[in-house]
Design a protein around this ligand. Structure first.
Ligand SMILES: Cc1ncc(COP(=O)(O)O)c(C=O)c1O
Length: 372
């Protein structure tokens, strides 16, 4: 590929700052190493083989995915230990069985007795032995069993009693870390995430059930957890890119954000103190950001210009204003801006190609997987 200047790109374009990306990845690897936990990165943030390889350099290093299509893509790319971290449904068992047969390690998630029964029936009929985690709710209340109930232990016993399911352990995602306001709040959620899981693993042990793996992970808790005593694996994903949301809740700084959307100033409207850019909802996503911290919805941070606010977006149009009158001469029509998205995972998912940038030069192009 001919090295281009960033200015030569057609906007809107998705830009990955290679140095920041590598720094974010290395930092999380170092944290996992220091604390003696296995890092199984969630690759749904970027869905590229290139970044996954930086995060998990060997085939058996282990990654996390959120769809079966992702699992197939990363299998094709050589990864041989994948956890599909979304509760399985009976209609996906045939596809999950294919992956189970093709790979050394492929793990699915269960949190319903009916699903466990469907896995047992499918496994028996088709001669497959699945590997499964019990999905645990550690306080987010999005998915997973309540680990304080008798039913949660009964479900593990049901899984253990099946010849067609190998029980891998327990897995949780502390998504409520996204409701935090600062580092101290995040540390409290990280402790809760750890304590809920360690306590549940101990309860299972009392029943004679060993958890091979106790898996936790969200980016905010992975960044700030003081320790992971009793935890074997962490699964952050967003940390590769970071974004405005992570900066707002105190998981990173805006300077660490490795992914931005390059956009062009299209028009000036001084009568409204507004500028039009060519990045709307289909370039940024319509994620409102951390509105628990500030009710005003801003659709991303304009890199280098904290006073500019993207206050309105429609499909392709984005509108910028400012509290003070905009000095339009500083943002000529045709000039470029870089937007740090509110939620990098959703923004990345809107682009068929990522432009990889080093010192303002485009040095590579990566093609993420798309579809379901
Ligand atoms: C089950 C599961 N594990 C791990 C993650 C990664 O968390 P984060 O996006 O905060 O890095 C997610 C994200 O939603 C998830 O759903």
């Amino acid at each position: 590929m001919r090295a281009m200047k960033i200015e030569e790109l057609i906007t809107p374009a998705f830009i990955v700052d290679l140095l920041k990306l590598k720094t974010n990845i290395n930092h999380m690897q170092a944290r996992a190493g220091t604390h003696g936990v296995h890092l199984r990165p969630h690759v749904k943030t970027h869905k590229t083989a290139e970044i996954a390889r930086m995060q998990a350099p060997t085939d058996d290093a282990g990654i996390t995915v959120s769809t079966l299509a992702e699992a197939r893509f990363f299998r094709q790319a050589g990864f041989d230990d994948i956890t599909y971290a979304f509760p399985i449904t009976p209609n996906k068992l045939a596809a999950a069985a294919d992956l189970t047969k093709q790979m050394t390690h492929f793990q699915i998630l269960v949190d319903q007795p009916q699903t466990a029964a469907a896995i047992e029936t499918f496994g028996k009929t088709n001669g497959v032995r699945f590997s499964a985690f019990l999905k645990v709710d550690c306080g987010y209340h999005r998915a997973g069993v309540d680990p304080t109930t008798a039913e949660s232990v009964q479900l593990v016993e049901q899984i253990k009693s099946s010849k067609h399911i190998q029980f891998k352990g327990i897995l949780t995602h502390a998504g409520h870390s996204y409701h935090c306001r600062n580092r101290e709040d995040i540390i409290a959620v990280a402790r809760q995430e750890r304590d809920v899981m360690v306590k549940f693993a101990a309860r299972l042990k009392q029943q004679g059930i060993e958890c091979e793996t106790v898996s936790v992970g969200s980016t905010p808790t992975a960044v700030h957890a003081p320790d992971w005593q009793g935890i074997s694996e962490i699964r952050p994903g967003n940390y590769a890119f970071f974004d405005k949301f992570q900066a707002d809740v105190g998981a990173c700084t805006l300077e660490q954000a490795a992914a931005t959307v390059l956009t062009t100033v299209v028009a000036h409207y001084p009568q409204h103190n507004q500028m039009l850019i060519d990045a709307g909802a289909l370039a940024l996503s319509k994620d409102p950001g951390a509105i628990h911290l500030d009710e005003e919805i801003i659709y991303g941070a304009v890199l280098g210009y904290p006073f500019l606010k993207i206050f309105s977006i429609s499909q392709e149009h984005g509108l910028i204003t400012s509290e003070a009158p905009i000095v339009f001469d500083n943002f000529p029509v045709g000039s470029l801006l870089q937007i740090i998205p509110n939620h990098a995972c959703l923004t990345a998912a809107l682009f068929p190609k990522y432009h990889v940038v080093e010192k303002n030069r485009v040095v590579d192009e990566w093609l993420p997987m798309r579809g379901w």
